[in-house]
Ligand binder design. Structure first.
Ligand code: AMP
Ligand code: MN
Ligand code: MN
Ligand code: MN
Length: 290
């Protein structure tokens, strides 16, 4: 059985590694097919595809889109997208603008709390076109304001903290629409992280499916074994396929490559939809049309 990891990040968003470093690490960890899914940006995919062809790894072009659904932020992963699709790129560009406006406001709020120059300091941690809260967190840790990234979120960046800036991202059906129009499959990322009530979760899965969504991440680096079993059941119930991704951001974090448990019995893997027989030499042809 090939090993799939359908969720990972490079330094083009808030990951720590260059695309080629990520691909090499995935290959060494035994991953056969890797999706690179940076937040709201596809700029790392060309380098990732070149590296993947060199080491003989199947690269699935992806993106992780920031969505606002019922006033809550959700992440929708698009897999097998045509990165040249103009409406998708236009949509991602508006999200990056919004992110960067939010980053300026986070900077202003942190400065009011006595952390001067926070925006520009955090920007020095970004290698790509977006400034994420993760970059602020890394700066806050290095500057001694927090013990680790987790604490930086708890004290300065998460909900209910001084640096928390609510933001309006894209609507769920619009994000799914961009992904589908670009030939990809839409996947709800790490569903256990949203802590939705059972009613809202069912409503989300229903609306997602109605919008043309394909799968949910049943196995995720941030899911417990119980989460995996629960979402396997919910996916099957909702008529959605099951995806699996580490959400790897860097070597020093706890979500690692090549360590994912298999999908629980009974769910249908998303990769049953992938075009068969494609080689790493043809990275542009890696996922069939939805
Ligand atoms: P943003 O998309 O800029 O709002 O930042 C969200 C990113 O921050 C996520 O993709 C995670 O990589 C990271 N993140 C969110 N919450 C936490 C947390 N509590 N601890 C560590 N990283 C987090
Ligand atoms: Mn992230
Ligand atoms: Mn996410
Ligand atoms: Mn992610």
């Amino acid at each position: 059985m090939p090993q799939y990891d359908l969720h990972s990040h490079t330094y083009y968003s808030d990951g720590e590694l260059a695309p080629a470093e990520l691909v090499a690490r995935a290959k060494a960890a035994g991953v056969d097919a890797l999706a690179v899914t940076d937040h709201d940006v596809t700029a790392g995919l060309a380098e990732a595809a070149t590296a993947a062809a060199q080491v003989g790894l199947r690269l699935i072009p992806g993106v992780e889109i920031s969505v606002t659904w019922e006033r809550q932020t959700l992440h929708v992963v698009g897999l097998g997208i045509d990165t040249t699709h103009a409406p998708l790129q236009a949509g991602l560009a508006t999200l990056r603008d919004r992110r960067n406006e939010r980053a300026l406001e986070i900077g202003r709020r942190l400065t009011k709390k006595g952390i001067v120059d926070a925006h520009d300091a955090a920007a020095r941690y970004a290698r790509g076109p977006i400034l994420s809260r993760t970059h602020f967190a890394r700066f806050l840790v290095d500057a001694g304001h927090a013990r680790d990234v987790r604490q930086a979120f708890l004290r300065f960046l998460g909900k209910g903290t001084p640096g928390h800036v609510p933001s309006e991202w894209v609507a769920l059906d619009e994000a799914v629409g961009w992904i589908r129009a670009a030939g990809g499959h839409a996947v709800i990322a790490h569903p256990a992280r949203y802590r939705l009530t059972s009613n809202r979760l069912h409503r989300l899965l229903h609306q997602f499916k109605e919008s043309g969504g394909t799968a949910i991440e049943v196995v995720s680096g941030s899911h417990s074994r119980d989460d995996c079993l629960r979402f396997a059941h919910l996916a099957t119930q909702a008529g959605l396929l099951a995806s699996s991704g580490s959400d790897f951001h860097g070597p020093d974090t706890w979500m690692q490559l090549g360590r994912l448990p298999p999908l629980p019995d009974g769910c249908t893997p998303l990769w049953t939809q992938f075009a068969p027989g494609l080689t790493p030499e043809k990275p542009e042809l890696l996922v069939s049309q939805a």
